[in-house]
Design a protein around this ligand. Structure first.
Ligand SMILES: Cc1ncc(COP(=O)(O)O)c(C=O)c1O
Length: 394
């Protein structure tokens, strides 16, 4: 399937003013996503949220989005919980498992803060956080990882793709290795759902999470947590409320619902969930495989063009096959803020920062970098424009 870029760009109101190359932070929503949310909000405002038939229809629509989310990642509907962001999903897992003193958790040295601090916080319970050093190409060396796992290791939590290096980890192989050693796995897929085809049964992970606002192009405040069916009952929700429990009033008791809905304590964030549903439809209409292929082409082109800039240093894996879209860089003698500000003045949006993955800064003896992260709606011409602007700064 090829990408109909003209049609896709027609759905992006911001293109009148901007070239948007920062999907790793949050993407630009396509118009149908905005429409799904605004039509709900409009209707809700005009008839009220609790007209019985409307409320019923709304809750049915939410369950339809749950089904779509499950299909998108190869899961069952019962294994999906809606979360407002990826960080919350990590917390539901780190806070919900039963830990014993001396248990070990492994994270990668390239993790973003939100897949680091929830595990670090477990040290209060005597859990030891072990940081696995990725190789010079920011990749996990599986033999080294095997040796790093001990009988005390209980969990490996890793980003499928690092937001700061663009390295795509061999998720299936990591999960396979973990399973052989009886270790749980959490895939932080915040940077891959909507970009790379994902099948949790094929990956054989125990937990997987994503926000909706990045590669799916959904709204802020949307996200999903996948919990493998057999593990749902073993994960104690860190929050509790009417959405997640059955109340036995007479006996002054309660029980959690048996599906992943037990991680949804209260009223769902309805506009965001409906927007997420529209975003999944939008991605499926284009095709996740087609999206993946297109972004591969854009990545290769971007890397080639960046090489032509004098004094450029590109971070991340050397091999293009090990990376996708996310391309951090610096230019000798020019601060990354100056690069992003200059581009912004000319209507091109990229980002500069530490990306909350400070070990990557340390490894390269820098304190900031600039980052491109094109998605399928970007064009080769847009990349050319961005590169020419950077060259003007030289
Ligand atoms: C790799 C990675 N993990 C976790 C997060 C945090 O996700 P959220 O903002 O959805 O809580 C981000 C956000 O940028 C990320 O890129």
């Amino acid at each position: 399937m090829t990408i109909d870029i003209k049609k896709i760009q027609k759905d992006m109101p911001l293109l009148d003013k901007y070239i948007y190359l920062n999907t790793a932070a949050a993407s630009a929503m396509p118009q149908p996503v905005v429409d799904a949310m605004t039509s709900y909000i409009q209707k809700q405002a005009s008839i009220g949220p609790y007209l019985p038939s409307f409320r019923q229809e709304t809750y049915e629509n939410i369950e339809i989005v749950r089904e779509k989310s499950a299909i998108l990642i190869g899961a069952k509907k019962e294994e999906i919980a809606f979360v407002p962001n990826g960080s919350m999903a990590v917390n539901f897992v780190s806070g919900g498992l039963q830990w014993e003193k001396g248990d070990e958790v492994i994270v990668l040295d390239t993790e973003m803060l939100s897949n680091y601090v929830p595990w670090l916080a477990l040290e209060q319970q005597g859990v030891h956080l072990k940081i696995f050093k990725t190789n010079l190409n920011y990749m996990v060396d599986l033999d080294k990882l095997e040796k790093f796992i001990t009988p005390k290791t209980k969990m490996i939590a890793f980003a499928h793709m690092s937001n700061a290096s663009g390295a795509i980890q061999p998720a299936k192989e990591i999960c396979q290795l973990a399973k052989q050693k009886n270790v749980l796995t959490l895939i932080n897929a915040n940077q891959t759902v909507g970009l790379i085809p994902i099948d949790v049964k094929d990956l054989d992970c125990d937990f997987l999470l994503t926000c909706g606002r990045k590669w799916l192009r959904g709204p802020e405040g949307s996200g999903i947590l996948y919990v493998r069916q057999e593990l749902i009952q073993t994960l104690t929700p860190i929050m509790i409320g009417w959405g997640s429990t059955n109340w036995d009033y007479r006996n002054n008791d309660y029980s959690f619902v048996t599906t992943a809905k037990r991680f949804e304590p209260g009223c769902p964030v309805i506009p965001s969930i409906l927007g997420l549903g529209a975003a999944i439809d939008y991605a499926n209409d284009i095709g996740i495989h087609a999206i993946h292929q297109q972004v591969k082409l854009l990545t290769t082109y971007l890397l080639e063009q960046l090489q032509s800039i004098e004094g450029i240093v590109i971070y991340g894996p050397q091999q293009v096959a090990n990376r996708l879209s996310i391309t951090p860089f610096n230019i000798k003698g020019i601060s990354p803020d100056d690069v992003t500000n200059y581009l912004a003045q000319h209507g091109v949006i990229i980002e500069a920062g530490t990306f909350m993955a400070n070990t990557i800064m340390e490894r390269n003896s820098i304190n900031k970098m600039a980052r491109f992260s094109p998605h399928y709606f970007n064009t080769f011409k847009e990349i050319d424009i961005a590169i020419s602007l950077i060259k003007e700064l030289r």
